[in-house]
Unconditional design. Structure first.
Length: 230
């Protein structure tokens, strides 16, 4: 380019202006390319209070801790907190279109806990999650589905139907899948073992619980990032 600009100096004003404009155009395109390359990837975390960070200072919630973990492990990402306390799968579906803005390149779905608390028909929860994944798939976004196993108090049939939702849909849409948001806590079936990692309500993780969950889910999120198309 330096040689080309030098030759323009030996020409008339019109040629010089043309060469200058060409050089400025090339420089602008180059700078835009650098800017696009440097921009961090945005991932939307669609969920309920577990995603939002209920009961915790903002910096201790799931999304900030996940983003910090990812950056510490070499992934330059922005994790968008699309968690709303009390949200059901129906609420997540109602928000999916405006959550998936153009800059979002991948999606984490952690919904279903409030469906369980309300005893919502598993067929309705399945339909809502199916619709969410259909929207993400239509946009060409890779997805990580995080399950929420049902407790046994609704009976074995309810539990079997609800628990099957997540692996079935993950297989249908070819998404990444984690069996349970709480699996990284490794309680081994002993509820008392969870106590150090939960807030006083016995439901939501505390700061240490979130850190442990992030450490367990982080590698799956790195896989999700690896599926993003350049």
């Amino acid at each position: 380019m330096r040689a080309a600009l030098r030759s323009c100096l030996c020409m008339g004003y019109g040629a010089l202006r043309t060469g200058r404009n060409l050089a400025l155009t090339v420089l602008a395109v180059f700078c835009l390319g650098l800017s696009a390359h440097a921009a961090p990837v945005t991932i939307a975390a669609l969920g309920d209070s577990l995603t939002e960070g209920y009961g915790l200072p903002p910096e201790d919630g799931f999304v900030p801790q996940l983003q910090a973990w990812l950056k510490a492990n070499g992934a330059d990402v922005t994790v968008m907190n699309a968690g709303v306390s009390g949200d059901t799968t129906a609420g997540g579906l109602s928000r999916i279109d405006w959550t998936l803005t153009p800059e979002v390149k991948a999606l984490i779905v952690t919904l279903g806990g409030n469906d369980l608390l309300r005893g919502i028909d598993p067929a309705a929860s399945r339909a809502n999650l199916d619709a969410i994944l259909k929207v993400a798939t239509a946009k060409g976004l890779p997805v990580l589905v995080i399950g929420m196993p049902a407790p046994g108090n609704y009976g074995p049939d309810y539990k079997a139907q609800f628990d099957a939702i997540y692996p079935d849909l993950a297989k249908k849409y070819g998404t990444l899948y984690v069996e349970s948001f709480f699996a990284p806590l490794g309680a081994g079936g002993d509820p008392a073992a969870l106590t150090p990692f939960l807030q006083a309500d016995g439901i939501h993780p505390n700061r240490d619980g979130v850190a442990k969950i992030v450490e367990g889910l982080g590698p799956q999120v790195l896989q999700l990032i690896g599926r993003i198309q350049p």
